[in-house]
Ligand binder design. Structure first.
Ligand SMILES: C[S@@+](CC[C@H](N)C(=O)[O-])C[C@H]1O[C@@H](n2cnc3c(N)ncnc32)[C@H](O)[C@@H]1O
Ligand code: SF4
Length: 380
């Protein structure tokens, strides 16, 4: 099983906190040329890496892929459908910014095959949306979610917490409100103040208070979400009635993914080894690369067994599905003293064993970064 990720690295404008590979776009694009470029690279990956395994998820992320015309999305999906082996229950997600989608477009996208929508709400407080550099109001975000719920059963929203100056009580109220929206899934991200962002500059200049990364916000978030019937199945992801996002689960299980678009990453298994591939991140350069070369050169790196182990651990421990111990070689287990370390973590109730899987408890999730660091330190 594997997944396909299509990255669209343009946005209406750049949000103050965002460090994703995306830039604002104020020019007309020739979408036919862009489509041709995506088609070429998709087919290049299919020939070079694809082993005819079922594709369980296709994800249009960004940037803002809801800026793309519906025919573009439909044509990409046709292209994938004609040449890859899609699972009968394939999940096809598109990330949408509330400013870039309405009911007409959503209906077109639904007909094109999109069966899951993820709307960037971020906050429902107007002053905070402004501080974050969002171009929509709280009412616009709310209206968008309610309209999209008429078209998509599988609807997710993104919200950011621990924002500068946010108070815990007000966050709980805000969260209570969004949890009552007609959604099946919610991603609740703790704000990361990324270097080289406008938000970081504003904080450094003393224009905004520096958020304190405290466990209080995380604990309240988990409790409130659970209280409204949302299960935490990953550090930042909560699902109602088991509407887990297949795409992310696949990442956390360390399955292969084919990432296409400026700055997209892939992990492909070649001769039993994971190969990490990164595509050039500048939009114009990516387009040139995709259009001009007969056999596009790729930035490929064959991961060592140690790299694979670390990635598998970092990804796996985030989710309630955990990591499979039987996949890890005896050499790596000995090198990192895994048996002893896991014993200690279990004694402190940070992990539990579910059959052959190791899963973090709530106490463990609170200390995720420390635990990952501990487990990935070599012993010999
Ligand atoms: C590609 S964007 C989603 C779709 C669309 N571009 C939008 O913003 O409406 C992915 C999500 O990552 C989250 N995110 C981005 N930068 C973040 C940061 N610095 N800290 C926490 N969450 C962040 C936001 O919630 C955002 O919706
Ligand atoms: S959060 Fe979304 S809309 Fe804002 S800059 Fe990042 S990718 Fe673009």
């Amino acid at each position: 099983m594997s997944t396909i990720y299509i990255h669209w690295a343009y946005c209406l404008s750049k949000c103050h906190y965002c460090d994703f590979n995306s830039v604002s776009c104020n020019k007309d694009l020739d979408y036919r040329v862009w489509f041709y470029a995506y088609k070429r690279i998709l087919q290049f990956y299919r020939k070079k890496f694809y082993k005819n395994e079922p594709i369980i998820s296709i994800y249009f992320g960004g940037g803002t892929p809801s800026l793309l015309p519906s025919w573009f999305i439909a044509s990409i999906l046709d292209e994938i459908n004609n040449t890859f082996n899609l699972d009968t229950n394939v999940e096809i997600t598109l990330e949408a910014n509330p400013k870039t989608i309405d009911k007409i477009k959503a209906t077109e996208l639904r007909s094109a095959g999109i069966n899951r929508l993820s709307v960037g709400v971020q906050s429902i407080i107007d002053s905070d949306l402004k501080m974050l550099g969002r171009t929509h109001t709280a009412q616009e975000a709310k209206d968008c979610v309610f309209e999209m719920a008429e078209i998509f059963d599988n609807l997710s929203i993104d919200v950011i917490y621990n924002r500068p100056g946010q108070n815990l009580q007000r966050w709980k109220q805000e969260l209570e409100e969004v949890l009552q929206y007609p959604i099946s899934h919610i991603s609740l991200y703790e704000l990361i103040v990324e270097p080289n962002t406008k938000l970081k500059a504003m904080i450094d200049a003393g224009m905004l208070p520096r958020p304190d990364s405290s466990s209080e916000f995380f604990e309240a978030t988990i409790k409130t979400a659970r209280g409204h019937g949302f299960e935490m199945y990953e550090v930042s992801n909560f699902a109602k009635n088991k509407h887990y996002g297949k795409h992310n689960i696949s990442y956390w299980r360390y399955e292969d993914y084919y990432g296409i678009g400026a700055g997209a990453h892939s992990r492909c298994t070649v001769n039993g080894h994971k190969v990490a591939i990164a595509q050039v991140s500048d939009n114009e350069k990516w387009l040139k690369w995709a259009m001009e070369t007969e056999n596009p050169a790729l930035d490929e790196e064959v991961l060592t067994e140690d790299d694979e182990f670390k990635e598998r651990l970092i990804m796996g421990l985030r989710s309630k599905f955990g990591i499979k111990l039987d996949i890890i070689s005896e050499r790596i287990k000995a090198k990192y003293g895994l048996e002893n370390k896991l014993k200690k973590l279990r004694a402190n109730s940070y992990i539990i064993h579910k059959g052959d899987d190791v899963v973090l408890t709530d106490e463990g999730i609170m200390k995720l970064n420390l635990i990952v660091r501990y487990l990935t330190e070599k012993c010999v």
